[in-house]
Design a protein around this ligand. Sequence first.
Ligand SMILES: Cc1ncc(C[n+]2csc(CCOP(=O)(O)OP(=O)(O)O)c2C)c(N)n1
Ligand SMILES: [Mg+2]
Length: 358
Amino acid sequence: MTQSIAEQFPLIQVIDQDGKLLDDSYKEEITRELCEKFLKQLKLMRALDEKMVNMQRQGRIGTYPLFGGQEAAQVGSAYALEENDWMFPTYRDHAAAITFTNSFNLIANWNGRVEGNIDDSGKKVLPPSVPIATQLPISAGIAMASAYKGEQEVTICYFGDGATSEGDFHEGMNFASVFNAPVVFFNQNNQYAISVPIWKQMKSETIAQKAIAYGMEGKRIDGNDIFAVYFETKKAVDKARKGDGPTLIEAVTWRYGAHTTADDPTKYREDDNEKHRLNDPINRLEKFMNDAGFLSDGWIETIESENESIIEAAVKEFESMEKPNIDDIYDHMFEVNPWTIEEQKAAFKAFFARRANG
Ligand SMILES: Cc1ncc(C[n+]2csc(CCOP(=O)(O)OP(=O)(O)O)c2C)c(N)n1
Ligand SMILES: [Mg+2]
């Protein structure tokens, strides 16, 4: 008998909503140290997201895409990588990029600063991709190049549910599978593409099943279960590194906030965050740690206050950057600018000079 899609692509979980261990096979690997590392980083990322939204409201940064609710998907997958791996984040994946690089440099990106596109940690992280799905074929190409050069690097490529409707999704998946490229396509299905719900986006039951069409392995995981995310991404990364090809991972999750600070989600979805908070990635891990006896008195307060200092220091550094160089807007497209661009540059500089002189 043929299996249903739900049977072929069951939602993989290691802990349930109450933090109870569902899969004993990870018992040895889930150490106190690993849990502490995860919880501290999840809390750091949530606090950063909240800080960034406040800063946007205060006019201290530009439009900002929120990731609150998706922390486990991003942090867990980033921790599954090795030093030399490649990362292709989207505009929503700051938690993945910051966890991987251990640097807050990319905050500057949200103030339109070119410096924020350049990772200062030495890790191979591409600038956040804003055009939807364009990163998929490029990531497949990078992974093909790694394999061609005989390097042991794996590429992880992040994208959303909406991105699966783009031609680039197909091209990236097809190239990766035909060339057996060492890439992990990490989908965060947060169930909305701005205002478009998943049920209007596609007719297939899952995103994971799309892997079948490319002869690729597909997995559907609970994106709010950091253990499921970490262990399943690690398996996919290890498989790719061994030369056994790409994987499509669908991490089912939910964004609590707006698409960006320029959006109002009450216009297109019910305010049922209360329901989704029962599935909160941070609470689930905390409950697990509590049951396992991994939480000592005062530890959470200590890490929260450490996290606050880390964020304050990062913001301070960001806000003490030198003023931007106006030339940066104009000088990265052509070797020699055409006169139209030069004219715009001169006009913009004159505008700033007039403003500076009152
Ligand atoms: C090629 C392209 N088309 C349209 C847009 C406008 N746009 C920005 S975000 C977005 C929705 C993407 O949704 P999804 O892939 O689910 O990612 P999420 O924002 O939920 O993380 C769209 C259509 C774009 N940035 N690029
Ligand atoms: Mg989405």
